[in-house]
Design a binder for this molecule. Sequence first.
Ligand code: ATP
Length: 140
Amino acid sequence: MANTLKIEIVTPDRKVLSEEVDYVGAPGILGEFGILPSHVPFLSALGIGNLYYKQNGKAYYVFVAGGFAEVNNNKVTILAEVAEKASEIDTARAQKAIERAEERVAKAKEKIDAARNQAALRRAITRISCQTSGKSAGTC
Ligand code: ATP
């Protein structure tokens, strides 16, 4: 049985990550799921959340929003619409996105696309939590 598994994270723009790791936890649309080496083939859609992986006893965090995770042949492939390593997250930008979303709610109660605004708010809040998690794990 394999001791590690490979993870690759790609978005339409770029390859975000390619690493040999011990464990992957990912935000599926139906909830978090965990993948250990030698996992059976598996496919899930991704929500907005923080993927996390363990490598040599350390935890690393990656923000993902939408897309799919596939597990096959001891490899986790994440095809994400958007993904950023915790160290890449611009928290000031995320903070501004939170302020914009809150202003939209305050100013335009009737006309606002509430679902879209809520998704923007969730992305921003989750980005900030991703970087906070990476910093407290000492990997960001
Ligand atoms: P914003 O309103 O700040 O653009 P958003 O949530 O609408 O935020 P997305 O559509 O999720 O942005 O992402 C657009 C692109 O910008 C992606 O490439 C994403 O990785 C990048 N991005 C968005 N916000 C951040 C951030 N806070 N830090 C780093 N990259 C970001």
